[in-house]
Ligand binder design. Structure first.
Ligand code: PRP
Ligand code: MG
Length: 212
């Protein structure tokens, strides 16, 4: 029996809502606290619990067929991967921020500056759009600390409630992307699993409709 392989975030901000939407679709499986893989008992599905940043590559390689992932991660690392549903949760922005009190008029501010981020492609796309040259420093987490320790003049990171920016005395000055969780599909999905995807999408649409 063929099963669709879905990747969801192992831990982090998308994890709970991803599990919830699948459960609301009536699909039951173990929650992945100990295992990295779980099989559903009542739907032809295998769930893989993966690190967010690794998921685009798994989709490209066709190691998983679909994934619940943030649009922002797809933009950053998932070139050529399409999504078929917006899921309405994990809404956030990817924004540029600078220390409070600096005067900011427009993107020219970033010329020659050091920018710390976990989203280099998103930043590069923004800088290239305006013909700005700046140094990008890639860090994987706690990006907002960078200006306070003298590592960077500005940052680009996810803004959700805004509290991390606030606590670090930073001010959002440009929104580069708006993002939410989406259902992304591997370009290598086969025909049989596409049929299972149709069933999954049908259920997801009903759940989203009922939430309105
Ligand atoms: C994320 C993100 C921002 C913060 C945004 O970090 O990188 O720092 O959340 O959320 P907020 O606007 O609601 O404060 P996370 O806490 O996941 O940790 P990390 O950056 O170390 O991965
Ligand atoms: Mg952070």
């Amino acid at each position: 029996m063929n099963k669709i392989r879905i990747a969801i975030q192992k831990s982090g901000r998308l994890n709970e809502d991803s599990l919830r939407i699948l459960k609301e679709c009536g699909i039951s499986f173990d929650n992945g606290k100990d295992q990295l893989k779980a099989s559903s008992r009542n739907f032809p599905m295998e769930v893989f619990y993966l690190r967010n940043g690794d998921i685009p590559q798994y989709l490209k390689d066709g190691v998983v067929d679909v994934a619940i992932i943030g649009e922002n991660v797809l933009f950053e690392k998932g070139e050529g991967i399409e999504f078929v549903e917006r899921l309405g949760f994990s809404k956030c922005k990817v924004s540029m921020a600078i220390p409070k009190g600096k005067s900011y008029t427009n993107y020219n501010y970033f010329e020659g500056k050091r920018i710390a981020t976990s989203y280099p492609k998103t930043v590069r796309t923004f800088l290239e759009k305006w013909g700005i040259k700046a140094d990008i420093h890639i860090i994987n987490g706690s990006v907002e600390i960078a200006p306070n320790i003298g590592l960077a003049d500005a940052i680009c990171d996810i803004v959700s409630s805004g509290s991390t920016l606030f606590k670090n005395n930073l001010e959002e000055v440009e929104v580069l992307l708006k993002s939410e969780a989406v259902l992304a599909v591997s370009p290598k999905i086969n025909e049989e699993r596409s049929l299972i995807l149709n069933k999954l999408q049908f259920r997801i649409k009903s759940v989203l409709q009922a939430r309105k």
